[in-house]
Design a protein around this ligand. Structure first.
Ligand code: F6P
Length: 335
């Protein structure tokens, strides 16, 4: 019997609990013990842990957040923090550390793997979908649906009041949530970092687009989905700038942490279950310094450093369709 440590780290993502459940159940199949360290890397530094039994993970597949708690741990980024975390792994006779998290969390795991002999396996858990090595990260599909639900509601009031709304979605420095939620909601415009070099240069085109659309008969509301961090000064500043340029009030709306919560959609529960089980199987097969993922519906492993060093591309066809639809509407004649 071996000892597997697990943490959930960084921004929580719907499906992390489903993943913990799969890890504990699969480890049980191989007669391994699973120790959960709490509050991300802090749990390793402070030796704050629970030994998982099957009853801990019963009926958590549908629950958002993470029963292990999460954190962004600054102490872990210091040499002494790293040393303490490794000491804890050694003192607890851990054979494998599994980290469920995003970019920063997997960077941390890579650091540990450079100084610790045990096996290290990452699982992509972030709403941002910004890790190479898996088509989807756990939580991303739920976040899109949550954002979409809010955007649909804003459309009702935007239509009723014939207003322009600028809706900021999360994604860190990537446009996955912005592109997907904009296309799915039929937003008139989507602004995300992958398609924009200098947002200020885009201002003229944004203004033109808003104006040409507002001339169309029956087209009274206008929704623009904007990735966070895209506009210097944030979406409130962009709304004010546009209001001044167009002469019509533009309303900002920041969806924020709503996008991180809630019950995971079926896709995320299934992905989390597969990747949790697969991570334990990879441990059995002696794999280390990898992240597990799913590409074209096949389970794969990718070298940890590649997952955060290689920039993951947006679906190019979706980008093209979004752009084409945007252009078609722009060229329509006013009635
Ligand atoms: O990585 C998930 C995420 O929600 C990002 O989309 C966002 O930029 C960031 O975390 C916000 O982090 P915090 O909750 O620590 O402010």
């Amino acid at each position: 019997s071996k000892r597997i440590a697990v943490i959930t780290s960084g921004g929580d993502a719907p499906g992390m609990n489903a993943c913990l459940r799969a890890i504990v159940l699969t480890a049980h199949r191989f007669h391994h013990t699973v120790i959960g360290f709490k509050h991300g890397y802090n749990g390793l530094i402070n030796d704050e842990k629970i030994e998982f039994t099957i009853s801990h993970v019963q009926h958590i597949i549908q629950v958002g957040g993470t029963i292990l708690k999460s954190a962004r741990c600054t102490e872990f980024t210091t040499p002494s923090g790293l040393d303490t975390a490794v000491d804890t792994l050694i003192a607890n006779e851990i054979d494998c550390l599994i980290v469920i998290g995003g970019d920063g969390s997997l960077r941390g795991l890579e650091k540990i793997s450079q100084v610790w002999q045990g096996q290290t396996i990452g699982i992509p858990g972030t709403i941002d979908n910004d890790l190479s090595g898996s088509d989807n990260t756990i939580g991303y599909q739920t976040a899109i649906d949550t954002a979409l639900d809010s955007i649909d509601k804003i459309r009702d009031t935007a239509d009723a009041f014939e207003r322009i709304f600028l809706i900021e979605v999360m994604g860190r420095h990537a446009g996955f949530i912005a592109l997907a939620s904009a296309v799915a909601s039929g937003a008139e415009q989507a602004l995300f970092p992958e398609s924009i070099e200098d947002p200020h240069l885009e201002l003229e085109s944004i203004v033109q687009h808003v104006e040409s659309l507002r001339k169309l008969k029956g087209k009274s509301s206008f929704i623009m989905v904007i990735a966070e961090h895209l506009w210097p000064g944030g979406v409130n500043d962009l709304a004010e700038t546009l209001t001044n340029q167009i002469g019509i009030e533009c309303r900002p709306c920041i969806l924020g942490h709503i996008q991180r919560g809630g019950a995971p959609v079926a896709y995320d529960r299934i992905l989390a279950t597969k990747l949790g089980a697969y991570a334990v199987e990879c441990f059995e097969h002696g794999e280390t310094r990898v992240m597990v993922g799913e590409i074209n519906a096949k389970q794969v492993t990718t070298c940890l450093s590649e997952t955060f060093n290689v920039q993951k591309q947006l679906d190019p066809y979706l980008v093209k369709v979004q752009q084409d639809l945007f252009d078609i509407v722009k060229t329509l004649d006013a009635p």
